[in-house]
Write a protein that binds this ligand. Sequence first.
Ligand SMILES: Cc1cc2nc3c(=O)[nH]c(=O)nc-3n(C[C@H](O)[C@H](O)[C@H](O)COP(=O)(O)OP(=O)(O)OC[C@H]3O[C@@H](n4cnc5c(N)ncnc54)[C@H](O)[C@@H]3O)c2cc1C
Length: 387
Amino acid sequence: MTALKSISIADASRQEWDILVIGAGPAGTVAAHQAARSGLKTLLVEKKVFPRYKVCGGCLNQRAVNALQEAGLAAALDELDAVHLDQFEMRYQGRALKIPLPGGMAVSRSALDLQLVRMAQQSGVSFLAETKALVCNEAISGFTRKIDLYQQGALCGVARARAVLAADGLGHPSLKQCGEFESKISHDSRIGAGVILPGDQISDYPAGTIHMAIHRHGYVGLARVEANQLNVASAIDREFIKHQQSPNAAVISIMEESGFSVPPVMRSMNLKGTIPLTRKTVRPASHRLLLVGDAAGYLEPFTGEGMSNAISEGVAAVRIASNGLQDWDQSLEQQWLHTHQTLTEGRSHWCRYLSQLLRSPTAINVGLRLFRWFPNMARPIVASLNH
Ligand SMILES: Cc1cc2nc3c(=O)[nH]c(=O)nc-3n(C[C@H](O)[C@H](O)[C@H](O)COP(=O)(O)OP(=O)(O)OC[C@H]3O[C@@H](n4cnc5c(N)ncnc54)[C@H](O)[C@@H]3O)c2cc1C
C-alpha cells in the first residue's frame, strides 16, 4: 500500500484556500472531496498518521451507503472488499432477537478513511498529513480565517481560508483556542471502546450480521469487516467500567451476561477508548466556520447513525460555505443551524428513544417479547434509521 502524499506545511501556509477542512474522518473527507469537485481550492488537514484506528462499529447503514453513492464515493466500498450486511442480532440475558436489515456494509475505519482521503486527493484536494490544526480566535470580521498548524508540538505555519469546516470529531479539539463553542455533555454519557481482532483466531460471529450484546450498562457490537477481521465496538457506562476495574473486563462481562461467546483472544485485547460520547455543541457555526459531523454533536452510536450523518453533513456544509466565500453573511450560519437540525438532530429521535429504553431492563424485556411475537413491528424503526 503506497503512503499518502502530503503537501508541505510551507506550501499550505503560502496560499489562500477557499475551503480548509480539519479532520479526515467521513465528514471531512466527503466535504473536501465535494469542495474540490466543485472547483474550490481545498486543503484537508489531519493530525494522525494514516491509516489510523478509530473506535467505531464500522457499519454503514443503507442511508450512509446511499449518501456515499450520491457523493460519487461508492467505489471506496467496492475497492475495500466491504462486507454486505443483511441481519442484526441482539442478545440480552441469553435471549436472542434477529432482525433483517435492508442493506448496509461493514468495513474497518482505518481502511475506509484512508480510501476516502485517496479519492479526495484524486479529485484535487491538497492533503496536509500529521499536522494539528487550531483555529485562531480572531475578531469576527474579515475575508479569511487563520488556522495555526502544529507538527510534533511546535507551531510550524499559519494557513488562511475563506471558509473553515471543523470536522475534527468528538469534542472539536481544533477549536480549543476559540471560547465560543460550548459543548453540553449528557450526564449519563457513555465511554466508547473498541478494537479490531484478526479473524483467523475466531470461529464464531459470521459475516453479514451485526452481533449486539445488550446490557443495562452498555452494549458491545461485533461485525466482520474486510479480510474477515472482527471489529469490536462498545459504549459503556463510566461507573460500570470503574466497577469492573477495566474496559476489557466490562466488555467481557456484557458479552457473557448477554449470552455471546467470548473468544480467548478477547481476554487480552488492547481496547482503545474515547472521551464521553453523548454531547451537543450549543452553536455549531461562526464567522466563516461551520462544525460538521461529530464535532457538532453526537448521540449514542447504537443505531449506526454516526457515519451517515457525518457524510450528509459534509456534503451540505460545502454547499452552504461555498455561498459565503466572497461575502460571508450571518444568514449562512442560520442556514447551517437549520440544516444540521434537519439532517442530524431531527432524525435522531429513534436513537434517543432506543438508547433510553436500552438502559431499562424491563423495557428491554418487553421490547424483545414484542418484537419476537410481532416481528413486523421492527420494520418501520429499521426503515426510518436507514433512509
Ligand atoms: C463505540 C462506537 C461505535 C460506533 N459505531 C458506529 C457504526 O457502526 N456506524 C456508524 O455509522 N457510526 C458509528 N459510530 C460513530 C462514528 O464513528 C462517528 O459518528 C463518525 O466517525 C463521525 O465522523 P467525523 O468525520 O465527524 O469524525 P471522526 O471520524 O472522529 O474524524 C475526525 C478526524 O479529525 C482528526 N482531528 C481531530 N482533531 C484534529 C486537529 N486539531 N487537527 C487535525 N485533525 C484533527 C482526527 O484525527 C480524526 O481523523 C460509532 C462510534 C463509537 C464511539
